[in-house]
Design a protein around this ligand. Structure first.
Ligand SMILES: [Ca+2]
Ligand SMILES: [Ca+2]
Ligand SMILES: [Ca+2]
Length: 379
């Protein structure tokens, strides 16, 4: 066939295979026309893809909701007698999916939610890819007039996963997104906490016992505002364990007498950390995440072409007086560029190159989870 002969001839001439002599025909059609048709068809396919990809940018499914104990557990969302873990995941989904705008509380440190989207969120190079909304606010006033941003920041650690085996389920490898506390010496990796079911007559200030893998222990107190059980009712075991990254305590009693706590924001890279919209500081990209922040369990940067699943867990283990334990809340999440197309569908490969990201208008180089500026100085 002319088509094959043309390619061979082209190869022998050490020229591009589609370099067809003037007047030659492919499938009986003049080459120039064929080229035009192919280009047209390709553009139509692209157009069709965009028209047919009626994806919603918002999260569509909650696969798992496993909060740690806390003052909003069994109420946000509400547990009703007989509800199982699956029922509670569905309730969380009803609250969050498809831009519903409800809220889910993750309880104390480690408590988590796993949700997904109806499409792959593409890791657009050099761009933020995902936004996660919570209920953090900045403090209206701070008696100590500090310039640090704070208020009700309850940072949650974000993990991402790609549906590599294509079964639609989050049973693939997970990667944490390394945020601003990645190189903080107070950040504890591979941390583990176990919470114990309280006795019916447990005192309010020693309500839920926790023990960690470093030999520490403490209690989550019960407060007067929330009188329901704080241990998830649908969990039949007498303890719950969680593992992950524990971020340093961010709460401070600025009144000195326990009446006014400020929970300070970390710079970037955590959910429920900054307000969802920071109109005065659009460059802050509050609550936005770049898939290129992903690190593996050795805290080495990895490149993911895209993700389907997100896990968020409460990242701080602290109790702030009458405010109670710090717990991440989630209200929504969405793809920042839902019409992006997959351009690189290769399996995740460990990046040997440093990742370059833009942060607040500055070039930041992320190398094995550590941030450097353009001059190579550690940030
Ligand atoms: Ca990106
Ligand atoms: Ca899967
Ligand atoms: Ca919160």
């Amino acid at each position: 066939m002319g088509h094959n002969r043309t390619i061979k001839a082209g190869a022998e001439r050490d020229a591009p295979a589609f370099c067809v002599p003037n007047g030659e025909k492919i499938f009986g059609i003049p080459f120039v026309l064929t080229y035009f048709y192919l280009t047209f068809a390709f553009r139509m396919k692209t157009l069709l893809f965009i028209l047919l990809s009626s994806v919603t940018p918002y999260l569509t499914r909650v696969f798992e909701y496993r909060p740690a104990p806390g003052q909003f557990i069994n109420t946000i969302p509400t547990w009703e007698a007989g509800d199982t873990a699956e029922d509670m995941a569905l309730k969380a989904q009803d609250a969050l999916a498809d831009n519903e705008g409800g809220m889910v509380s993750l309880g104390s440190w480690g408590g988590y939610i796993v949700f997904g989207f109806d499409h792959e969120i593409i890791n657009v190079p050099g761009a933020y890819d995902l936004k996660i909304l919570g209920n953090a606010t900045y403090a209206m006033s701070n008696p100590n007039d500090t310039t640090a941003l704070g208020g009700s920041s309850e940072p949650g650690v974000v993990m991402v996963s790609r549906d590599d085996n294509g079964n639609g389920l989050p049973d693939d490898k997970w990667y944490e997104l390394a945020g601003s506390e990645e190189s903080n010496p107070l950040t504890r990796f591979k941390y583990k906490v176990t919470y114990y079911r309280p006795a019916d007559n447990a005192p309010a200030d020693q309500y839920i016992l926790w023990r960690d893998n470093e030999g520490n222990q403490g209690y989550l107190p019960k407060n007067a505002y929330h009188t329901q059980n704080y241990f998830p009712e649908w969990i039949s075991d007498n303890s719950m364990s969680f593992t992950g990254t524990r971020l340093r305590d961010n709460g401070k009693d600025e009144s000195g007498k326990g009446s006014y706590y400020v929970l300070y924001c970390f710079d970037w890279g955590y959910a429920d950390n900054h307000p969802n919209v920071v109109a005065d500081y659009p460059e802050r990209h509050a609550s936005e995440f770049d898939i290129d922040w992903a690190v593996n369990s050795k805290r080495e940067s990895v490149h993911l072409p895209g993700i389907h699943f997100v896990k968020v867990y409460s990242g701080v283990l602290q109790v702030c007086g009458w405010l109670g334990e710090t717990s991440t809340e989630i209200t929504n999440a969405y793809d920042l560029h839902p019409n992006a197309q997959p351009t690189d569908l290769a399996s995740p490969v460990k990046s040997t190159q440093p990742v370059k990201i833009m942060q607040d208008g500055q070039l930041v180089i992320l190398r094995q989870g550590v941030r450097y500026n353009a001059q190579g100085q550690r940030l």
